[in-house]
Ligand binder design. Structure first.
Ligand SMILES: [Zn+2]
Length: 127
């Protein structure tokens, strides 16, 4: 991280903003892939739970409920991060199917949903 920051400092002043954006895009992509692997491991835990419960004829609904709750949380986080990435890269996420499309697209390329025309105001979600 230190290196990235010093490299950014070295670049021309006009490029600083761009680099900042690129850095945020990279960070958001990393956060997305972290969330995805967290989801994956939660599904693995859930699968193991079902396997063991079924095999030993145990009730697992309480534990399963907890994991499912966590998975739902992660899906929400993932959705927010993908929307952030889409905004950063001048794209948008289809509200119906989640497909990432060009900001100017009139229709979703996967499900065909018609998009309302986008105004110039950005959905800047400054945390
Ligand atoms: Zn769609």
């Amino acid at each position: 991280m230190e290196e990235i920051f010093s490299n950014i400092k070295k670049s021309a002043a006009s490029a600083v903003k761009k680099s900042g954006e690129l850095l945020e895009i990279t960070k958001t992509k990393m956060a997305i892939s972290d969330t995805k692997s967290e989801l994956k491991s939660n599904f693995a835990v859930l699968g193991k739970l079902v396997y063991e419960a079924q095999k030993n004829e145990k009730d697992f609904s309480d534990e399963a409920e907890e994991i499912i709750w966590e998975i739902d949380e992660l899906y929400e986080v993932l959705e927010a991060r993908e929307a952030r990435l889409a905004a950063l890269t001048n794209q948008k996420v289809c509200p119906d199917c989640g497909k990432v499309c060009e900001k100017e697209a009139a229709f979703c390329s996967r499900c065909g949903k018609e998009y309302p025309l986008v105004d110039e105001e950005e959905e800047e979600a400054d945390e």
